[in-house]
Each structure stands twice: as structure tokens, then as C-alpha cells.
Design a protein around this ligand. Structure first.
Ligand code: FAD
Length: 282
């Protein structure tokens, strides 16, 4: 097990979803302590669109902060009113939170009202207008194009609106094709976008769920990798071994070629992410 990592530049950030139960919360805090050896810049906590995890996100963020770590709540604006969003950001601000991941979110099925915000750029704009420079705002980007985008060009222009509205940093959707990220970063440079574009990386620990999830969010699993993972069937050890090997090489390549850090979608587990970090020379 990793004791500590020679990484003073806070290269990593780790994302969690808020646990539903108190036992879940206790075990998440253990996971967070384990991941803390990698000296992350921050831990982030997702927010169920429509406010479904509003309190649990807040409780988890405050529990992380109480342990002395930097915590960043996600906030999605779909199906929300300005009044709701203002109450949430004011509460975070009053509780000493100064980083936020600002998103549109996806309207939960059955929920009809889109609310007072249509897109994430409007949320970034609102946070800036209401709270000035208090928050360091992170936004999402899609090197392989957002699944609802009409065209790749339109998606890029829409992404740029978020940076123009005042985002300080960017976290990408996960991807397994490094070229998609490098092309996206090059496009940002050509368009005068200078904020850090941090690759979001999902460790591979199983196949069926990853495949379904990737289909939904538009992340491509390269055919050769899909075929190899699929062939392992229920053999989770082999899936995980290939996953660690492949994702470690991907991360190393990203860092070697200028990625400013890595944001891990941890799925509330420490071991898969730590196994990858242990393989990196940083
Ligand atoms: P937007 O930037 O608003 O983009 C959404 C779509 O609308 C895109 O197709 C874009 O091209 C288009 N668009 C954007 N602006 C405009 C405009 N002005 N005019 C016309 N079209 C426009 N979801 C959650 O519910 N909770 C979370 O905590 C969460 N965390 C995430 C963290 C990261 C790092 C990432 C990458 C995603 C996360 N998501 C989360 C998922 C995210 O909410 C979905 O991917 C959602 O579909 C898009 O959110 P967005 O903020 O990127 O939206």
C-alpha cells in the first residue's frame, strides 16, 4: 500500500458520490483518508440533478472539510430556481467552501420543469454575478463531444461560453482515447482558452456497467479494449488487471504530454485509483 507519494504539486483530484446511509458515509471517509496519501488538490462530491442529493452532498462536503481536506461540491442547475441556487451557494460560501463544480445536469426522467437555468454557462454567470470571485469555478468538457450536441463545433462553442462566463478550470468527461483529449486541448489553445483542462479518468473495474454508462455519456471504449474486457466475462481479477495497466499508461501519457493533473472518478473506491497512481512516475 502506498505510504505517501512524491507529489507536491497537487496533481490529482478525486470525485465521489454522496453515500445514502450513515454507514456509507463512515466508509467513504475511510476511502478519503486512504486517497489523501496522494495529496490531492481537492475531493469533489456530485450533486443529483434536480436537487435530489442536495443535503447529502452538503453533509459529505462538510465532513471532508472537517477532516482538514479541500472539498468542492458539484452543483447542477437543471430544474432549479435562482432562489434555490442562491441559497446553496450562499450556504457553501458561509461555510468556507470556495471551490465548486458547476454543471447543467440531466433532467431526471419524469421531471418536466427545466427550471430557470437552461445551460451550465448560465449557472457560471449567475455564480459570478452573485458571489464575485469567491468561488474557483470548475466546469465540464467533452473531448469526445457531449451526447446531446448538434455538432462538435456547436458543442465547442457552447463549452467556450462557460469559460467566457468566468470558469477557472475544466474537468473533462472520462475518455479512453488520449488523442481526443490532445485534440481538444489544441482546439482550446487555438481559441484563446488558457484555463487548465484536467482530464477526467474513470478506472476500469468491471465491464457491463462501464459499457452501459459509456453509451449514455458518449465515452468511447476503443474496440480492441472492449473486446478484451468482454472476453474476460466474470473474471473480475483479469478485468481489473487489464484496467489498471491500460489506465495507468493512459494517465502517464496524458501527464507526459502536458495534462495539468488528473481528476479520478473514484466510484467511492480507493484501491483502483491508488493502483493507477502507484504506477505513475510524477
Ligand atoms: P452544458 O455545458 O450546459 O451542456 C449541455 C449540452 O447543451 C451540450 O450538448 C452543449 O453543447 C449544449 N449547450 C450548452 N450551452 C448551450 C447554449 N448556451 N445554447 C445551446 N446549447 C448549449 N451531473 C450531475 O447531475 N451531477 C453531477 O454532480 C455531475 N458531475 C459531473 C462532473 C463532470 C466533471 C462531468 C464531465 C459531468 C458531470 N455530470 C454531473 C454530468 C453532466 O451534468 C451532464 O453531462 C450534462 O448532460 C451536461 O452538463 P454540462 O454542465 O456539461 O452542460
Amino acid at each position: 500500500m502506498l505510504e505517501t507519494i512524491n507529489n507536491d504539486s497537487e496533481l490529482f483530484s478525486f470525485e465521489f458520490y454522496p453515500p445514502k446511509t450513515e454507514e456509507g458515509q463512515v466508509s467513504l471517509l475511510e476511502v478519503i483518508d486512504k486517497l489523501a496519501v496522494a495529496k490531492p488538490e481537492f475531493f469533489s462530491v456530485t450533486f443529483g440533478a434536480g436537487g435530489s442529493t442536495r443535503d447529502k452532498t452538503f453533509d459529505t462536503v462538510m465532513a471532508i472539510k472537517a477532516k482538514g481536506y479541500s472539498a468542492a461540491p458539484h452543483l447542477s442547475c437543471v430544474a432549479s430556481t435562482k432562489e434555490n441556487i442562491k441559497a446553496i451557494i450562499d450556504t457553501y460560501s458561509a461555510n468556507g467552501i470556495n471551490k465548486i463544480v458547476a454543471l447543467r445536469g440531466d433532467l431526471p426522467s419524469g421531471m418536466l420543469s427545466a427550471g430557470e437555468f437552461r445551460y451550465a454557462n448560465e449557472l457560471v454567470d449567475f455564480i459570478r454575478k452573485e458571489t464575485g470571485d469567491h468561488f474557483e469555478i470548475h466546469v465540464a468538457a467533452y473531448p469526445e463531444v457531449h451526447p446531446q450536441a448538434m455538432t462538435a463545433d456547436a458543442d465547442f462553442k457552447n463549452f467556450k461560453r462557460k469559460v467566457d462566463a468566468g470558469a477557472n478550470a475544466v474537468i473533462t468527461q472520462y475518455f479512453y482515447n488520449a488523442e481526443a483529449y490532445f485534440y481538444f486541448v489544441e482546439r482550446c489553445e487555438q481559441n484563446g482558452i488558457t484555463v487548465p483542462i484536467v482530464p477526467g479518468i474513470m478506472p476500469i473495474t468491471q465491464f457491463a456497467q462501464l459499457s452501459r454508462f459509456s453509451e449514455m455519456c458518449g465515452a468511447d471504449i476503443p474496440r480492441w479494449l472492449r473486446k478484451r474486457l468482454e472476453a474476460y466475462g466474470d473474471d473480475r481479477d483479469s478485468i481489473q488487471a487489464l484496467g489498471v495497466d491500460f489506465v495507468s499508461q493512459l494517465c502517464q501519457r496524458l501527464l507526459d504530454n502536458g495534462a495539468p493533473g488528473i481528476h479520478f472518478y473514484t466510484m467511492n473506491q480507493a484501491a483502483p485509483t491508488l493502483a493507477i497512481i502507484e504506477n505513475l512516475s510524477v
